[in-house]
Ligand binder design. Sequence first.
Ligand SMILES: [Zn+2]
Length: 117
Amino acid sequence: MRPTPDKPPVPRKPLDKAPTPLQDRCQSCGMPLKTGIPMDQAFLGTAADGSPVQEYCKFCFQNGAFVEPTITLQDMIAKSVSHMTRVMHYPADQAKELSTEVIPKLSRWQKSDPTAA
Ligand SMILES: [Zn+2]
C-alpha cells in the first residue's frame, strides 16, 4: 500500500453571492424579480387585464405594454447603471459591468435586431 502523497487541502472558495439567473430577472431591465422576498409581487409588471406578469417589472411593463416602448438597449443599460449607482449604491464600474453583461441577454433585447431597422 502506497501512502497517497499529501495533497494540500483545496481551499474552499467563499460562496460568491449567486448571481440571479437570467430567467428570474425582468426581461427588459434585468432587475431581479424572484428574490424570494415577499415584496416581489409588488414589482411585477402587469398584463392588459391588470394581472401580474412574470417576465417584466412594473417599471418596464404596465397594462400589457412597455412603459418606454422606444427605449434602446444602450439607454436601458445607462438607466440601469444610473439606478444601481444612485439607488443601490453600486460602484459605477461594477454597475456598468453588470448591466452590460446582463441586459443584452434579456429576451426583450434578443428579439430586436439592431441591423433590421
Ligand atoms: Zn424591468
